[in-house]
Write a protein that binds this ligand. Structure first.
Ligand SMILES: NC(=O)c1ccc[n+]([C@@H]2O[C@H](COP(=O)([O-])OP(=O)(O)OC[C@H]3O[C@@H](n4cnc5c(N)ncnc54)[C@H](OP(=O)(O)O)[C@@H]3O)[C@@H](O)[C@H]2O)c1
Length: 255
């Protein structure tokens, strides 16, 4: 049986990955902080899809949590798919918001995926097979106020994935930077204004994001995966505007 590890699998997009992969016959390792929520997913999916599933409780913002998961990955006999998905969002200008969550964001969106990729890749390269999905965001192409650290961490994750692909594609390992737009999950629970401000037609479902990602990966599609036709148009337009100008346009829009 193929084996997949999904971080942030207790909710949202990660939970949908767990579901979609179990349906495809993957055994699962599901990681997040909440043991109870992970165990509920493990019980449900193993009963429904007759796959083996286990939970690894870990806070990936902590050095100890990251190292423990990385060491356990390195000790696995094989890992066919790593989904670096765990993440969170904040809003507010950097000089006005508490710094600790911003530092944690760098640890979770940047250090954790890099560390876990480094742990998984030696075995994947040795076997000449395997795949990594780094859940980035279309926000990584934006440079507007109020979200700068989130956008910058996702920008890192996209460019990290593009670079990593050039290193391991020849060895038979595929890498994807999944860049969803607004998706109905728990990530905006603490930010109800986001749901109010963003028009309904711009919101997608996590199941659609995950199906698009897995289909593009299976088809050997491009590294960057942007689910949803509207998001794709937005992304193409954004990438045509010079980076410096993208930030200025966003500031004008908010005046
Ligand atoms: N929803 C969107 O609109 C959207 C758009 C673009 C990109 N994304 C990206 O998609 C990914 C998944 O987000 P989501 O929308 O599905 O959010 P979500 O519903 O809030 O789920 C986040 C998941 O990450 C886990 N997590 C959070 N902090 C963690 C930590 N320190 N260590 C380990 N696990 C942690 C959570 O579980 P615990 O709380 O139990 O740890 C949960 O399973 C994120 O990387 C996000 O940036 C989301």
């Amino acid at each position: 049986m193929p084996l997949a590890l999904v971080t942030g699998a207790s909710a949202g997009i990660g939970r949908s990955f767990a579901d979609a992969l179990a349906r495809r016959g993957y055994d699962l390792i599901l990681a997040a902080r909440s043991t109870a929520r992970l165990e509920a997913v493990v019980q449900e999916l193993s009963a429904r899809h007759h796959v083996r599933a286990e939970s690894w409780t870990a806070d990936l913002t902590s050095d100890a949590g990251r190292e423990q998961v990385a060491e356990r990955i390195a000790a696995l006999p094989h890992l066919d798919l790593l989904v670096n998905n765990a993440g969170f969002a904040t809003t507010g200008k950097l000089h006005k918001i508490p710094l600790a969550p911003q530092m944690d964001m760098l640890r979770l969106h940047v250090m954790a995926p890099m560390r876990l990729c480094a742990a998984a890749l030696p075995r994947m390269v040795e076997h000449g097979a395997g795949a990594i999905i780094n859940v980035s965001s279309i926000a990584g192409f934006l440079f507007g106020p109020g979200n700068v650290n989130y956008s910058a961490t996702k920008s890192y994750l996209t460019s990290f994935s593009l670079g990593l692909d050039t290193e391991v594609r020849g060895a038979g390992v595929r890498v994807q930077a999944l860049c969803p737009g607004f998706t109905h999950t728990e990530i905006h629970t603490e930010m109800p204004h986001v749901k109010r401000q963003i028009p309904g037609f711009l919101w997608g479902r996590p199941e659609h994001v995950v199906e698009t990602s897995l289909r593009q990966l299976a088809a050997g599609g491009p590294v960057i995966c942007v689910p949803g036709s509207l998001n794709k148009i937005l992304w193409r337009v954004l990438t045509m505007i010079p980076r410096g100008l993208r930030g200025r346009l966003a500031v004008r829009r908010r005046r």
